[in-house]
Design a protein. Structure first.
Ligand SMILES: Cc1ncc(COP(=O)(O)O)c(C=O)c1O
Length: 374
C-alpha cells in the first residue's frame, strides 16, 4: 500500500466511526465561536495604526531578529502594569503553552503535575519537555496531593499546570485549595486563563485576578474574549528571559503582526470601558441555563462554555454520524466534541454563549436541544 492509499484507509476508518473532522465556516447563527463578547465584526479605526509607522501585516522576522516593535512594547508595558509581571507575546495560545512547557527540558530534576483535562497545547509542551509527568484527576486536589506526596521527594522542582476555566467543561479550578497545596509543597504554579482573560476580574485579567501574585506563570490568549489573535505568558523576569532564550516556538517563528497586537490592545481597552458587553453575556448565560432547566437538561457550568453531555441527552448510544447528519439540517451551528478531544463517554455538544446572541437565538438553540432530547 503506498503512502497516500494508507492515508485514505486511515481517513475512511475515521469516517466510519463518525470521527472525521472538516473545516467549518462561521454560520449566521452559531454557538461555536470563542468570541464571548461578540467583537469579531467590530469596526476598527486603522488610521491610528498607520500613524504609528510600524510594520503592519507581518513582523518579517522572529522577535529576536527585528520582529519586535514599539507597539508590542507598549502593550506589554500595559499588561505588565496590570499584572505586576513581565510579559512575553506569542503568536497563539498554542505556541505560548508549547514554548513555555517544552522549555522546562532545560531544568534538571523537575517533574510536572497536570490536570487530566488540560488543553492539548499544555500536553504537547509537556511531551516536548521530555520531563516525567503525572496527571491528576480533573480538579481533584486530594489526588494532586497524593501525587505530590508520593513523587515530590524524587525531584528538586515541582511544576503544577492547569486552567482557570476549562475549555471543554467550562468549570473552574479550585484555586484556594491549589494555593494551600502550593504553600505546603512549594511548587511552581502555572495557570492558563485562556477562557477567562477579558471576561472575569475587576480589571478583566481572568478568573484568578485576585490571586495573580501567588500564581507564578499565567497564559492569556487574545483569540477568545479579545476578538483578536495572539497570546502572552506572564511571569517573573527570570522566567521570561529564560523563555526568550529557550522557547523554540518563540525563537524560530515570525512574530505576531502589529496589526493583531493593535487590535488586541484596542479591544482590550474597549471592553474595559464597555462593561455592558459582560452584563449582556452573563444575562445570556442565566437565560440559557433557565431555559435548559425547563427542558430538563443539566448544566454544570456558570460560564460562557456550556457542555451538554450526550449521555444526558440521549437514552441510548448514538452514532456520531447520525448526530452530525441531524445537525446539518438545522440552521443553528453547534459543536459536537468527540474523542480524542474529550475522553470516551464524555462526548458532548459544546455550546459557546456570547454577548451578541439574542434571546431569540437562544430560544432557537433550546428548540433544537428539545427536539434532539429523548
Ligand atoms: C485552555 C486553552 N489554552 C490555549 C489555547 C490555545 O489558544 P489559541 O487558540 O490562541 O492557540 C486554547 C484554545 O482553545 C485553550 O482552550
Amino acid at each position: 500500500m503506498n503512502f497516500f492509499s494508507y492515508l485514505n484507509t486511515f481517513l475512511e476508518k475515521l469516517k466510519s466511526q463518525g470521527l472525521f473532522r472538516e473545516n467549518k465556516k462561521e454560520g449566521k447563527l452559531n454557538f461555536i465561536l470563542n468570541d464571548y463578547l461578540g467583537l469579531r465584526h467590530r469596526k476598527i479605526e486603522l488610521d491610528k495604526l498607520y500613524k504609528l509607522k510600524e510594520n503592519l501585516f507581518t513582523s518579517s522576522a522572529s522577535p529576536l531578529l527585528g520582529g519586535y516593535s514599539n507597539l508590542k512594547e507598549s502593550f506589554c508595558n500595559f499588561l505588565k502594569y496590570l499584572y505586576k509581571k513581565e510579559v512575553l507575546l506569542f503568536n497563539t495560545g498554542y505556541a505560548a503553552n508549547l514554548g513555555c512547557l517544552s522549555s522546562l527540558k532545560h531544568i534538571n530534576s523537575l517533574t510536572i503535575f497536570v490536570d487530566k483535562l488540560a488543553h492539548a497545547s499544555i500536553y504537547d509542551g509537556i511531551l516536548l519537555s521530555q520531563k516525567p509527568f503525572f496527571r491528576f484527576r480533573h480538579n481533584d486536589m486530594d489526588h494532586l496531593e497524593y501525587l505530590l506526596k508520593t513523587y515530590s521527594k524524587n525531584y528538586k522542582y515541582l511544576y503544577v499546570v492547569t486552567e482557570s476555566i476549562f475549555s471543554m467543561d467550562g468549570d473552574i479550578s479550585p484555586i484556594k485549595d491549589l494555593l494551600i497545596l502550593k504553600e505546603k509543597y512549594n511548587f511552581v504554579l502555572h495557570i492558563d486563563e485562556a477562557h477567562a482573560f477579558g471576561i472575569y476580574g475587576k480589571n478583566l485579567l481572568g478568573a484568578f485576578e485576585k490571586y495573580k501574585e501567588s500564581i507564578d506563570i499565567i497564559t492569556i490568549t487574545f483569540g477568545k474574549a479579545l476578538g483578536s489573535f495572539g497570546s502572552a505568558i506572564l511571569s517573573e523576569k527570570s522566567f521570561i528571559d529564560f523563555l526568550i532564550n529557550t522557547a523554540r516556538s518563540y525563537i524560530y517563528s515570525t512574530h505576531i503582526s502589529n496589526l493583531n497586537v493593535f487590535i488586541s490592545y484596542l479591544n482590550f481597552l474597549y471592553i474595559r470601558k464597555n462593561r455592558n458587553l459582560h452584563k449582556k453575556l452573563f444575562k445570556n448565560i442565566v437565560y440559557f441555563k433557565r431555559k435548559l432547566k425547563d427542558i430538563k437538561i443539566k448544566s454544570i457550568s456558570n460560564n460562557p462554555i456550556q457542555p451538554i453531555f450526550l449521555k444526558d441527552l440521549f437514552k441510548s448510544q448514538k452514532d456520531f454520524k447520525d448526530i452530525l447528519e441531524k445537525l446539518k439540517k438545522f440552521k443553528v451551528q453547534i459543536g459536537l466534541i468527540r474523542p480524542p478531544t474529550v475522553p470516551k463517554g464524555k462526548e458532548r455538544f459544546r455550546i459557546s454563549l456570547r454577548a451578541d446572541h439574542s434571546k431569540k437565538d437562544i430560544d432557537e438553540l433550546i428548540d433544537i436541544l428539545r427536539f434532539l432530547k429523548e
